[in-house]
Design a protein. Structure first.
Length: 318
């Protein structure tokens, strides 16, 4: 590639050639300290992105030390998206550093993730980083990332499809966050809320019980309404869903509505006191026939327990 010299209002950027390019298409930058905090790297980055997009580059990546969040801020300003983190033994000082990998796809293929760093290093991180940054990412990005992770815990589902239209019994169409389709075509519903969603009263205000607050009660009712509408739609609904999902499922999988269930993901539970934990468990069991309720803190704990159990099993066989 032979990109011309780029000029912005304040900068002249050097040429780069095919010899500069590697598979990662890494966007790197360095600046003398006296020129920090002037927006120079952001300005240069936006110019480079516009040019390489014209040149047909399919994507660019960039990484930064997790202890240098300002560098990540630059990446987000030029519309790069956080993808994952990995731990690398940094040389020449030989100490571990967690790097965050950002990516910007320029060819319209938003699902592609550059995985070389993920595959190269033993320790990778997605979930904890995602939870820490949940309020700074868009709801759509948050939901897509969590949906992918949840399907690792529920491998029976072969697809999670966004905002499929369901005919409402109140003449208002419904659009769940995701319809989950298992390998036999049976449909369930997934609703994903942000960690900021409130779950319980902060004090045991009702006869010494911690009870659901509006966010939790409303989300349960919402998912119950979706299930009711699916069941009420009958065979006409199945045929409609088959048309909507035909291009998104294997040809041999036909969507079916048979007593659908829900999965509801929302809120935080790590700061619950012992009584709140007990009352929340009672609430989850009360609504288990409608939806499995999982908090943002349940997910990493479940993943960690699965990994630990598998590790013990492997060790026992060696």
């Amino acid at each position: 590639m032979n990109t011309p010299t780029l000029e912005t209002e304040r900068l002249i950027l050097r040429k780069f050639t095919a010899e500069d390019m590697e598979e990662h298409h890494d966007f790197g930058y360095a600046l003398r300290k006296e020129f920090w905090h002037l927006g120079i790297v952001t300005e240069a980055g936006m110019a480079v992105v516009e040019q390489v997009k014209k040149d047909g580059l399919p994507y660019i990546t960039a990484t930064h030390d997790s202890n240098n969040p300002r560098s990540g801020k630059v990446m987000r300003k030029i519309v790069m998206k956080y993808r994952y983190s990995y731990e690398k033994q940094w040389q020449p000082k030989d100490f571990p550093v967690i790097f965050k990998m950002y990516q910007l796809n320029l060819d319209g293929n938003d699902d592609f993730v550059y995985k070389k760093y993920w595959n190269m290093y033993d320790n990778q991180y997605v979930l904890v980083e995602l939870l820490d940054r949940s309020e700074s990412v868009s709801e759509q990005v948050w939901q897509e990332q969590i949906q992918g992770l949840l399907r690792l815990l529920y491998p029976k589902y072969i697809a999670g499809i966004r905002e499929v239209v369901i005919k409402g019994v109140d003449r208002h169409d419904k659009r769940p966050d995701f319809l989950l389709v298992d390998a036999n075509g049976y449909i369930d519903i997934l609703e994903i809320k942000k960690p900021s969603a409130q779950l319980l009263t902060k004090q045991s205000s009702y006869r010494n019980n911690y009870v659901p607050v509006r966010d939790l009660a409303g989300a349960i009712q919402q998912i119950e309404k979706y299930i009711y509408c699916l069941n009420a739609w009958g065979k006409d609904g199945e045929q409609n869903l088959q048309k909507q999902l035909a291009s998104k499922l294997p040809a041999a999988v036909t969507p079916k509505v048979v007593n659908p269930q829900g999965i509801l993901f929302l809120g935080r539970s790590k700061d619950f006191n012992p009584r709140q934990k007990t009352d929340f468990e009672l609430i989850k069991r009360q609504y288990k026939h409608i939806a499995e309720i999982m908090t943002c803190d349940d997910l990493p704990q479940r993943v960690g327990n699965i990994i630990e159990a598998l590790s013990q099993e492997i060790s026992a066989k060696q």
